[in-house]
Design a protein around this ligand. Structure first.
Ligand code: MF3
Ligand code: CO
Length: 253
């Protein structure tokens, strides 16, 4: 069953989203060459505390960090490490899920360090564009896979690959709730969307082939099989009578 939330719960989701969106704006001033991904995670941990937010990833199936930081050909779930140093040319994707007053927000952003390959920038642009196309369908009366299909069409018409092994998800009191939200699918299919549903929508795309694998050495990092670059963009979205409301986007970013 997909939860339908009332006014007060939606207010908490907005509060969580605004705080997380704000954190990402601050983070853009923090990420710089020479920093390790563990240092970035530590900064995020301190900032979440200042914002009275509780990480939803620390302790999740043994995961020990408050963010996933995925570089270049790592699509998602990169594990912050003192051995991973951010350098010019890197595409750094940071994914954070945290709760405020019992409700979660989940979002991911990309940071370019120095001059990055133009295909990397293009991937990140298409990730955001596919998200925007997808949420146009996050309306009461539409079907879930209308969102999925719009994401898929945007990505594939740009010549990039749509990852099949990971999906978006419902979100609310928990980081992962029903339904699963694939980034591919048939328009007009899937569950009926209703006012008060709350989703984490997260296109994941690849420069080349869409096949990925989980690194055996850390058990988390998801790499492309062909070594191609990747993009991931995520926001928490409310389905309202007035249209989709992106709670993790502050000042349009
Ligand atoms: N925030 C991620 C998502 O978008 C989940 C991260 S799972 C972790 O669903 F445990 F690896 F952090
Ligand atoms: Co998510």
């Amino acid at each position: 069953m997909i939860a339908v939330r009332g006014r007060e719960a939606l207010q908490m989701m907005r509060g969580a989203g605004e705080r997380l969106g704000e954190l990402f704006l601050q983070l853009s001033e923090v990420v710089h060459p020479g920093m390790t991904t563990l240092e970035i995670d530590s900064w995020i941990q301190a900032e979440l505390r200042r914002k009275s937010m509780i990480s939803q990833t620390k302790g999740y199936h043994g995961y020990r960090h408050v963010s996933c930081i995925s570089l270049n050909d790592v699509l998602v779930h990169g594990v912050p490490s003192s051995r991973v140093v951010v350098k010019p040319g890197d595409i750094v994707k940071v994914d954070i899920c945290a709760a405020w007053r019992g409700y979660c927000a989940d979002a991911a952003r990309t940071f370019f360090v120095g001059e990055v390959a133009s295909v990397g920038k293009r991937l990140a642009e298409v990730a955001e564009a596919s998200f925007n196309a997808g949420i146009k369908n996050a309306l009461p009366g539409k079907r879930l896979f209308d969102i999925s299909a719009a994401i898929q069409t945007t990505i594939e018409s740009s010549g990039f690959g749509v990852v099949r092994d990971f999906c978006g998800h419902g979100i609310g009191r928990h980081m992962h709730e029903e339904p699963e939200i694939p980034n591919y699918g048939k328009p007009g299919a899937g569950p009926l969307l209703k006012e008060g549903m709350t989703f984490a929508i997260e296109p994941m795309l690849t420069e080349g082939d869409f096949q990925v694998f989980v690194d055996a050495s850390d058990g988390w990092s998801v790499f492309t099989k062909d070594g191609g670059l990747t993009a991931h963009y995520e926001n928490t979205v409310l389905v309202t009578a007035n249209g989709p409301e992106v709670v993790t986007r502050v000042s349009g970013r």
